[in-house]
Design a protein around this ligand. Sequence first.
Ligand code: PLP
Length: 372
Amino acid sequence: MIVFRESIPLTSPSMPDFDEYIEEIKSLWECRYLTNSGEKHNRLQKELAKYLGVNNIELFTNGHTSLEVAMQAMGLDGEVITTPYTFVSTTEAILRSGLKPVFCDINADDFTINVSEIERHITEKTVAIVAVHVYGNVCDVDAIQKIAEQYHLKVVYDAAHCFGVKYFGEGIGRFGDASCFSFHATKVFNTVEGGAVCFNDEALAQRASIIKNFGICGLNLIGEVGTNAKMNELAAAMGICNLRHIDDEILKRKRVFEFYKNAFQGVDGMRIPVLQEGVTGNYAYYPVIFDQKAFGANRDNVFIKLAEHCIGSRRYFYPATNNIECFSEKFEHGNTPVSDYISNNVLALPIYADLSLDDAEKISNIVLSCRK
Ligand SMILES: *Cc1c(COP(=O)(O)O)cnc(C)c1O
C-alpha cells in the first residue's frame, strides 16, 4: 500500500493574493521601466522608511550584498569583532570585504554577542563591530554603542532576522551606523530576493547608493569600484504588496509561537525562545535547544523523527561559522564554547504565517514523543 503523507515544510513564504500582485505590476507593462530606481522601488523605499521608523534606507538585490556594500561604504580596513553563531552570509560578507573576522562568543540565553567579552578582542587593527540580532533577539545595543564610542569603532548590525522588531518602541534599524535587512523569501518580510540597509548618516546612504550601481556618481563618472546590487521593479512590487499585510502575517506567526510555547513550557531538556524585555518580537523562528541528558534524545534524533513524518526542521545555525572548514585558515577559531554548544544542540522548528495550529500540534506531539 502506498501511504501518502502530507508534508510540512520548515518555512513557507508570505505571498499576496495573485490578483493583488498582478494589479501592482500592470503599470510596468506600460512604462517599461523595470529597474534603476523606478516608481515601485522609490515607493517601497519610502514606505519601508516609515514602517521601520528610519531616516535613510537603501534597497538591495539581497541581504548579503547589503552587508558587503554597507561595509564598503564605511571604508573599513582591518579587523572586525563579530560572532560565529550566524548564517554563513555574515562571515562571508566580512571576508569578501577583505576584513578579518575576530570571533567573540555569544550569550547562552539570547544568542547575541556577549558584550562583556568584546573589549578583550580589541586591538589597534579593530575597526568595527559586526553584530547579529539572532532570531529577532536584540543585541545589547546600548553597551555596544558605548564600546564603539570609546574605541572609535563602527557598528554594523546584521538585522536579517529582525524585520519589524522594536526595542523599547524604537525601530531596530535605528541602532548602530548601519542595520542590514534581508527580504529573502524565507524571511518575515520578503521581496522574493531583496535586502536593505538603514544608515544613520545620510552621507553613508548616499555612498552606498552609488556603490550598488557600479560606483557611477555622475554622467560618465565612476567614483569607486562598485557592484550591481539594485532592487528591480518586480521585486519592489512584491514588497509593496507584502508590506500591506505584514502586521497580520506577524500576528499569524505569533499564534504558532504561542502554541509551541504552551506545548513545550516546563518540559525537561527543552529550552524554548523567550521574548526579551522591551522587545516587540516578529516571531521569525522557533529554535529549541535540546539537552540530551534531560530530554532523553538529542536534536539529531528529533530532526530524524520529524523527517520520518515528512516534517522539515533545520539545524540553524550549524556549523557555527568559525567551524566551517573551507575558510578555517582565514582566521582564528577563537574561544567560543557557548556558540559551539548552541550550534551542536539547536533545532529550528517550522514556523510561518500559514502554518495551521493542527500542524503545530502534530509537530509538537512528534517532538515530545522523542523523549525517552
Ligand atoms: C538571510 C540572512 C542573510 C542573507 O540574506 P540574503 O537576503 O539571503 O542574502 C544574512 N544574515 C542572516 C543572519 C540571515 O539570516
